[in-house]
Design a binder for this molecule. Structure first.
Ligand SMILES: Nc1ncnc2c1ncn2[C@@H]1O[C@H](COP(=O)(O)OP(=O)(O)O)[C@@H](O)[C@H]1O
Ligand SMILES: O=C(O)C1=C[C@@H](OP(=O)(O)O)[C@@H](O)[C@H](O)C1
Length: 158
């Protein structure tokens, strides 16, 4: 199944980085474009879609994601995100004097929106990425959304 990173689609469309676009056009213009792309990718052929973290802010985006797909909330604490992103220069909302405070504020605002939009949540704190992938696949299987054994991580049997 194809994988789509909706922020990459946006960057291809604007021909620059999202950070530069934020600086040039402002956040509202970015959110308009983001909504357009989320509508397109959730209305197109079946795919695994990764959105930007702010995709849940608009109610129409939440509806597209929830009603057209199966949404997994990869939950992280502000502290974990701070550890992972302390040297990041690409995320416009984190280019502030105190990114941890910003991350805490974003978490408070967005956690309920992620919970509302998602069909299930996975805590991403300790497990390895490979373990997280298996946990997600198990949840999808339990819900009957993928068939058992279709993802063993091994090549298909001859
Ligand atoms: N489960 C995880 N455990 C450890 N590091 C992680 C995990 N998930 C993401 N990261 C790291 O955090 C950073 C941001 O991850 P990324 O996938 O780019 O986030 P997003 O696309 O959601 O903004 C990357 O350096 C990535 O390697
Ligand atoms: O949280 C946000 O509002 C944003 C997160 C970014 O994506 P990531 O979640 O991949 O950082 C990107 O969409 C944009 O910078 C806005």
């Amino acid at each position: 199944m194809p994988f789509i990173d909706s922020d990459q689609v946006i960057e291809q469309r604007i021909g620059s980085s999202i950070r530069a676009y934020f600086d040039r056009e402002g956040e509202a213009a970015f959110r308009d474009l983001e909504a357009q792309v989320i509508d397109e990718v959730t209305g197109g052929p079946q795919a695994v879609v990764a959105t930007g973290g702010g995709a849940v802010l608009r109610p129409e985006n939440r509806a597209c994601l929830h009603d057209r797909g199966r949404v997994v909330y990869l939950r992280s604490t502000p502290e974990d995100l701070f550890r992972r992103l302390r040297n990041d220069r690409h995320r416009p909302l984190l280019q502030v004097a105190d990114p941890l405070v910003r991350l805490k504020d974003l978490y408070t605002l967005r956690h309920p929106l992620y919970a509302e939009t998602s069909h299930f949540a996975i805590d991403t704190g300790r497990p390895s990425v490979a373990t997280l992938v298996n946990m997600i696949l198990m949840q999808l299987e339990l819900a009957g959304w993928v068939s058992n054994g279709s993802h063993s991580g091994q090549p298909p049997a001859p």
